[in-house]
Design a protein around this ligand. Structure first.
Ligand code: PRX
Length: 657
């Protein structure tokens, strides 16, 4: 974020008080902050009472071996039972759990909690039949269809940790995740619908499994395939099975076993500062407490009357915590939509809100900016009066987008909760509470009750109000990651080694004069593109794996729509000449193949040299200046300062062309 934007933000003095009616009936009031500060563990124990446990815990938190936390030690619990069975047992079986909306018009399904229980039980029986046992890993590579939720809950039921891989990732990315966590079964579909057309998924799984087997470390014994689009699929007899055959014909009776509170629930891969994605491990009891409590408090969920909709794809952590585990544990009724916001028309989301009477809506700033650009006349055509609360996640919401969201979607009355959290944190940690906190456009405000966050300087001293520094967490929280799958040392090094006893989130932040927190973006080599995390190093490795590329440097440059955009600078190998007329396209396609379409650079520049320090470190800061069209800053630490002139000359020539 530029200094100018920052100082504008600091002068933001608009305040939006909680609506009186919401405040009067809010699930959580100001008292929660004091209670949690008085006895944090007692506070989380009370939150845990909202769930059904088998054996109760001996200890709320075991922090004797930091940074390896154990929450609710000795307790037993089943996440799937908490998300499904207990609502049916309480007589709410006929309540709709999912209003599923397919992308093709009129392709919808309403699934009640009782139906969900039947399907989850069938899927659990089918997975058992396929040899999945407690502790085995299962990879899920599916579109936004009900079977995805069913598959996750079936894995959770069996205690088989799932790793859901976003359907936009390539076969290479899928293969590396299957290998890293040693998944023995993959659940996928023939395809899904996107922008009005079926797009295939199964071929990527076939390729991925082939790669995994060629590497020889892991064996995928079964691929379970949902028929969604009726596309032709290549079939591997003995390995591939249809979902409708094995799940559809399985028994609807399944008795769930209780698992230890610390039993692994899932692994979610996310980008770090190296080329290798990190498998973030979440476990069961604490994760479910953290997500269900925050879903209930931050969104002020009234399960009897609210219709909740989180637009995130289930392939990301937001889909896990605030579409699957949090809302279902709370017995919510929610919308799940398969497709893109503009298919078949730009008002699709608003049409869905009108149809189902959505009351709580949770999305990302990048989507809001896209709608702003398309014009407020589009949402104005729909009745959005059911909306009573809006949420934002993924990056700081810029004040313009906040105001537009408030006015055109929230009718100038619905409060906006700007929720800061991460794949690693599992649950929302910073956010206004809608019945308590006056919202400021652009600020995530402060740590939720039970969470201890701060902004510190290089020496880990808390900065005074009005100053900036690094966002840290000072105390463990229930849904925190437990480790990086298979790599405890990387877990320690990445999050806990910068300052003794503090979790470093990787984000810069500032406290305003009231002590409220404003997030300023990543301070490491991680980019945030449309609310998704991408690693500069990972994209650089993808580029360098192309035979024509000698070296590459990637930076995240400011972008009006996506927050940041991927910009790459590459040096070609001598024997590649000028790379040929299609070199840029060739490299973009190559990145999509290696990682996925989301990682495709917006811009690639072929350059003769890269700016490096005398010790050989690439100075990405200077490349960012070029990519953002600024004058290049201080070049005195460069080994060869004429390099920047050469790069600038190329950039200018490219601009003219
Ligand atoms: O930089 C922060 C940004 O997204 C990062 C976490 O990305 P990921 O693990 O992919 O999870 C995204 C969804 C939780 C953070 O380190 N971020 C997320 N939410 C916000 C945010 N930055 C500012 N404000 C937010 N509300």
């Amino acid at each position: 974020m530029s200094d100018e934007t920052l100082s504008n933000l600091m002068h933001e003095n608009r305040r939006f008080e909680p609506p009186a009616e919401l405040a009067a009936n809010a699930n959580v009031t100001a008292e929660a902050y004091e209670r949690a500060a008085g006895d944090r563990e007692a506070f989380w124990a009370e939150a845990a009472e909202r769930l059904d446990w088998g054996q109760k815990w001996d200890q709320v938190l075991d922090w004797t071996n930091p940074p390896f936390a154990k929450w609710f030690t000795g307790a037993t619990i089943n996440a799937s039972v908490n998300c499904v069975d207990r609502h049916v047992e309480a007589g709410r079986g006929d309540k709709v759990a999912l209003h599923w909306v397919g992308e093709p018009a009129d392709d919808t399904r309403d699934i009640t909690y009782a139906q969900l229980l039947d399907e989850v039980s069938q899927a659990a029986n089918a997975l058992t039949e396929l040899g999945v046992k407690k502790g085995d890993r299962v990879a899920i590579y599916l579109p936004m269809i009900p079977e995805t939720v069913v598959a996750m809950l079936a894995c959770a039921r069996l205690g088989a940790p799932h790793t859901v891989v976003f359907g936009g990732f390539s076969s290479d990315a899928l293969a590396s995740r299957i290998t890293d966590c040693g998944a023995k079964v993959v659940i996928t579909s023939d395809g899904g619908y996107r922008r009005g057309a079926p797009s295939a998924l199964k071929p990527a799984v076939d390729e991925a499994v082939e790669k995994v087997h060629a590497a020889g470390e892991v064996e995928v014994t079964a691929v379970l395939v949902v028929k969604r689009t009726n596309q032709d699929v290549e079939w591997h007899e003995g390995r591939d099975v249809w979902w409708h055959d094995v799940v559809g014909n399985a028994s609807k009776e399944h008795t769930a076993e209780l698992h230890d509170s610390e039993h692994p629930l899932y692994v979610m891969y996310t980008s770090g500062t190296t080329g290798k994605p990190k498998g973030i491990l979440h476990t069961t009891g604490g994760y479910l407490v953290g997500t269900s409590y925050t879903h209930w408090s931050v969104f002020d969920l009234k399960p009897e009357t609210d219709v909740y909709w989180c637009t995130a794809d289930v392939g990301w952590v937001t889909g896990h915590s605030y579409m699957v585990y949090g809302p279902l544990a709370n017995g919510a009724t929610q919308v799940m939509y398969e497709g893109t916001p503009d298919a078949p028309h730009k008002g699709r989301w608003w049409e869905i809100i009108e149809k189902y009477g959505v009351t709580i809506f949770y999305t990302a700033p990048t989507a809001i900016r896209t709608f702003m650009k398309q014009g407020s006349d589009i949402p104005a055509k729909f009745d959005l009066s059911s909306i009573r609360l809006l949420g934002s996640v993924g990056e700081s919401i810029n004040p313009e987008a906040y105001m537009w969201y408030r006015e055109h979607i929230g009718a100038n009355k619905a409060p906006i909760v700007d929720t800061w959290w991460q794949t690693e944190t599992g649950q929302i940690l910073l956010s206004p509470l809608p019945g308590v906190t006056a919202g400021k456009p652009g600020s995530a405000m402060k740590a939720l009750p039970g969470i201890v966050a701060d902004v510190v300087d290089d020496e880990a001293h808390s900065v005074p109000n009005g100053s900036g520094g690094y966002l840290v967490l000072k105390e463990p929280w229930p849904a925190m990651l437990r480790t990086i799958w298979g790599d405890d040392q990387r877990f320690i090094d990445t999050y806990w080694s910068r300052w003794q006893g503090l979790y470093f989130a990787g984000d810069g932040a500032k406290k305003d004069e009231d002590g409220d927190i404003w997030l300023l973006g990543r301070v490491d080599d991680v980019m945030n593109v449309s609310g998704h995390r991408l690693s500069t190093t990972e994209i650089e490795s993808a580029l360098v794996s192309h035979p024509k590329v000698a070296e590459a440097a990637v930076v995240g440059a400011a972008d009006d729509m996506t927050g940041q955009a991927v910009c790459a600078f590459v040096i070609l190998r001598d024997n590649a000449g000028d790379g040929g007329a299609d070199i840029i396209q060739e490299l973009r396609t190559h990145v999509a193949k290696e990682i996925g379409a989301i990682a495709k650079p917006r811009q690639i520049m072929v350059v003769p040299e890269l700016p490096k320090t005398r010790s050989g470190k690439i100075m990405r800061r200077l490349l960012k200046d070029v990519a953002e069209g600024r004058d290049v800053g201080d070049v005195t630490t460069l080994a060869d300062s004429s390099v920047m002139d050469l790069i600038k000359a190329r950039e200018d020539a490219a601009q003219k062309a």
